[in-house]
Design a binder for this molecule. Structure first.
Ligand code: BGP
Length: 463
C-alpha cells in the first residue's frame, strides 16, 4: 500500500486538447483528428503545443505550488496499429512528462483514455466493436508496464457518459451517431473495458490505485412531487448511476436495465462480461464537476438533446428531453449561467460529494472543475476575477462536504493552461495560464494562477 498522499491541489489537461504535434514522431491518427479535419473545423493540430512545451508547463505548475498534474495518454501516440505495435517515441514522450512531474515534485495522475481513439479502431466500428475493448486493455497494459514504476494514480476512462452520449446518442462528437440502441452498446463496451483494465492492473500487481473519472452532474428536481422524484431517478440513472454504480459497485442499476430491456435489445451483454464487471470495481471515483442537472417530469416530444457548442452566438434553444423519462430545466429564472449556458452552482458539488460518498464509500477526487470564458490575452496577468470567485466558491463547497464527512482527496482545476475545447475551439478558455494562440503560444499567467498559488501555500501551512 502507498503511504497516504497529501491532499492534491493540482490542475488537469487532456492529450488531444493540449499536445498538438498531431502527426509527429510516428503518432497515428485519432478519430478527433479525422473528424475535425474532414469537417474543416478548428482542431487540435497544434493546440497549446504541450508536446514541445511540457517542461515549461510543468515547471509553471510547480511555481504555482501545485502538487499533482492530471493528464491523459494519447492511445494513437503509443500504439501504432491494430496489431498493437508500440511507438517507442510515444512512450518516451510520456516517460519524459512523468519524469518532469517527479523532478518538480508533482504527482502524475494519469487518464488512460480521454476520447482520442485511434482512427484505425474507429474504422472497425469504434466502441461498438468488442474487439476495441480488448485492444484498449492491451494498450493499458503497455502503459502500466512502461510507466507503472513511477505513476501511482490511474483513471481508466474520462467521462464515459459524456463521450458516449455525445458520440452515439446526440451525434455532436465523433463518430456522430444518434441511435439509442448503439449508444447502449457502446456504453456497455466501455464499462466492460474499464472493468477489464482494473482486472489487468490488479493481476499485474502494479503499485497505486485505479479509478474512473465521471462527468458528475447531481440531479435536483423542480419540486417535491412523486412525478418529479420519478423523473429525478431516471435522470440520475442517465447522468450518473450507469457509470458510478457499474464502476464502483460492479452493478448496472437494475431499474435502468429493466427500463432499457422493454425497448432495446440487451442480449449482447453476456453473463461472463457481467461477472467481470462485478469482480473488478475501482479504488476511487474521480468526479468532474461543472454543474448540476435540474429536472422536471417528462411531458411530450421525442428524445432530443441540443447543447450549446458555440457560446453566446449559439442560435438554437438548448434542450434535453429523454422521452418518457425526464426533461431538463435549462432556463430557470434564478439560474446564474456562463456564456455557454452552464449554470454556476457550487452547492451542487457539496451535496453531490456527500451523496456519492454515502453511496459508495470510496475516496473521491474532484478531477475537473472550471469555467470556460472568452478572454482577451492582452495584459499580464490576465484579469479573471470571475474564475477566482468560481474556484473559491467550489473549493468552499468541497471543504464543507469534507467537514460533513465526505472523503475527498484532491482538487484539479480545469485547465492547467488554455487549450482546445471540443467543438468550441480555443476561444473558450478555461486555463489558469493564458496561451497566446494567435501569435507565439506564449504562456501568460492569469490572476487565478496567482490566487491558486497563494491559496495552496496557505493550505499547506495550515495542514
Ligand atoms: C469535460 C472534459 C474536458 C473539458 C471540459 C470542458 O467534459 O473532460 O475534456 O473539455 O469538459 O468542456 P468544454 O471544453 O466542452 O467546454
Amino acid at each position: 500500500m502507498n503511504a497516504r498522499s497529501p491532499f492534491f491541489w493540482g490542475s488537469a489537461t487532456a492529450s488531444y486538447q493540449c499536445e498538438g504535434a498531431w502527426n509527429e514522431a510516428g503518432k497515428a491518427e485519432s478519430l478527433w483528428d479525422r473528424y475535425l479535419h474532414e469537417a474543416h473545423l478548428e482542431n487540435g493540430d497544434v493546440a497549446s503545443d504541450h508536446y514541445h512545451r511540457y517542461r515549461e508547463d510543468i515547471e509553471l505548475m510547480a511555481k504555482g505550488n501545485q502538487n499533482a498534474y492530471r493528464f491523459s495518454l494519447s492511445w494513437p501516440r503509443i500504439i501504432l496499429n491494430r496489431e498493437g505495435d508500440v511507438n517507442e517515441a510515444g512512450v518516451e514522450f510520456y516517460s519524459r512528462v512523468v519524469d518532469a512531474c517527479l523532478e518538480f515534485g508533482i504527482e502524475p495522475y494519469v487518464t488512460l483514455y480521454h476520447w482520442d481513439l485511434p482512427q484505425y479502431w474507429q474504422d472497425e466500428g469504434g466502441w461498438l466493436n468488442p474487439a476495441v475493448a480488448d485492444a484498449y486493455v492491451r494498450f493499458a497494459r503497455v502503459c502500466f508496464d512502461r510507466l507503472g514504476d513511477r505513476v501511482r494514480y490511474w483513471a481508466t476512462f474520462n467521462e464515459p457518459k459524456w463521450f458516449v452520449a455525445s458520440g452515439y446518442l446526440i451525434g455532436n462528437y465523433p463518430p456522430g451517431l444518434n441511435d439509442p440502441q448503439l449508444a447502449i452498446r457502446a456504453a456497455f463496451n466501455v464499462m466492460y473495458a474499464s472493468a477489464c483494465c482494473v482486472q489487468v492492473f490488479r493481476d499485474g500487481r502494479f503499485q497505486g490505485e485505479i479509478g474512473i473519472v465521471h462527468s458528475f452532474s447531481p440531479v435536483d428536481g423542480i419540486d417535491e412531487t412523486l412525478e418529479t422524484r420519478i423523473a429525478m431517478r431516471y435522470a440520475d440513472n442517465y447522468c450518473n448511476n450507469w457509470i458510478m454504480d457499474t464502476a464502483a459497485k460492479g452493478e448496472i442499476p437494475i431499474d435502468l436495465l429493466a427500463d432499457l430491456n422493454k425497448r432495446y435489445d440487451l442480449s449482447f451483454m453476456s453473463s461472463r462480461q457481467l461477472d467481470v464487471i462485478a469482480d473488478n470495481t475501482v479504488d476511487f471515483l474521480g468526479l468532474n464537476y461543472y454543474s448540476r442537472t435540474l429536472v422536471k417530469p417528462y411531458t411530450r416530444g421525442e428524445t432530443s438533446i441540443v447543447v450549446n457548442n458555440t457560446g453566446a452566438s449559439f442560435k438554437e434553444k438548448p434542450r434535453v428531453v429523454l422521452k418518457d423519462w425526464f426533461e431538463q430545466v435549462l432556463d430557470d429564472p434564478g439560474m446564474e449561467v456562463t456564456a455557454w449556458g452552464t449554470e454556476i452552482y457550487p452547492d451542487g458539488l457539496r451535496r453531490g460529494l456527500l451523496d456519492v460518498y454515502n453511496r459508495y464509500h470510496l475516496p473521491i477526487y474532484v478531477t475537473e472543475n472550471g469555467i470556460g470564458v472568452v478572454e482577451e490575452i492582452n495584459a499580464e496577468p490576465i484579469d479573471d476575477e470571475y474564475r477566482i470567485s468560481f474556484m473559491r466558491s467550489h473549493i468552499e463547497a468541497i471543504k464543507a462536504a469534507m467537514h460533513e464527512g465526505a472523503d475527498v482527496r484532491g482538487y484539479f482545476a480545469w485547465s492547467s493552461f488554455d487549450l482546445y475545447s471540443w467543438k468550441n475551439g480555443c476561444e473558450k478558455r478555461y486555463g489558469l495560464i493564458g496561451v497566446d494562440f494567435d501569435r507565439d503560444l506564449r504562456r501568460i499567467p492569469k490572476k487565478s494562477f496567482g490566487w491558486y498559488r497563494d491559496f495552496i501555500a496557505r493550505e499547506s501551512t495550515a495542514e
